[in-house]
Design a protein around this ligand. Structure first.
Ligand code: HEM
Length: 196
């Protein structure tokens, strides 16, 4: 098991838990509870929560972006056939344990639509990051988001749920033995003897 990939995975999953846990708490506990108190108290509590939660949101977004991008690049090299490129050199430098395995003779990414799934996931995550930042920000340009917190918390939560569904799908594409039952081929180079 490659230790760099493992650490990146831990970081990615923990950051997702922090970010989504905060959204669930805010949407289903904090906002409904504060709707019962007077406006001045509500604003004071929102401001206190906003200030304290802001570093967590920035931290979670940073960790998700960095770990997700590195994870994607490392996986890209692992799945592809061995070749010399800037990306291969970069991945060799940060994750020396990862080798190019050339899954399905280099056709695996296209056969599984992995890039398309990643692209949609990435776009949804960017929109979720925008709303998550606006909810803890204080700029005039994003005030419209905070004017209806319950609604935009629900939207942000929905986006992150879609992101997790897509992530699980992507993960499932390469879980289990490195073997594609539909194509009857081994995905890992050199594994043909084990499956045929
Ligand atoms: C709302 C933000 C995000 C959430 C909630 C999220 C959640 C997840 C989860 C739950 C997994 C599965 C982890 C596992 O099974 O080990 C995952 C995997 C992954 N994520 Fe994210 N993620 C987010 C943002 C991002 C971003 C911004 C990127 C890219 C820059 C990214 C790239 C990846 C990659 C490449 C994987 C591996 C998928 C695979 O197993 O093939 N994620 N993410």
């Amino acid at each position: 098991m490659d230790p760099v990939t493992l650490v990146l995975r831990w970081a990615h999953v923990l950051a997702a838990i922090v970010a989504m846990g905060g959204l669930v708490f805010a949407r289903f506990a904090l906002v409904p509870t504060l709707s019962d108190v007077d406006e001045a108290t509500r604003d004071r509590i929102h401001e206190g929560v906003r200030r304290r939660w802001l570093p967590w949101v920035i931290g979670a977004i940073t960790v998700l972006l960095v770990s997700g991008l590195l994870n994607f690049l490392i996986f890209q090299v692992r799945v592809s056939p061995p070749r010399e490129s800037g990306l291969t050199a970069f991945v060799a430098a940060i994750a020396p344990g990862v080798t190019a395995e050339g899954w399905d003779d280099g056709r695996w990414m296209r056969a599984t639509n992995y890039h398309a799934l990643f692209g949609v996931k990435f776009l949804l995550a960017m929109v979720a990051f925008y709303f998550a930042s606006a909810l803890v920000g204080r700029g005039a340009g994003t005030q419209w988001v905070r004017n209806d917190r319950a609604k935009w918390l629900t939207v942000t939560l929905g986006l992150t749920v879609a992101v997790v569904i897509l992530s699980g799908w992507m993960r499932q594409l390469h879980t289990g033995p490195a073997y594609d039952p539909d194509r009857g081929t081994a995905m890992a180079a050199g594994a043909d003897e084990d499956v045929n």
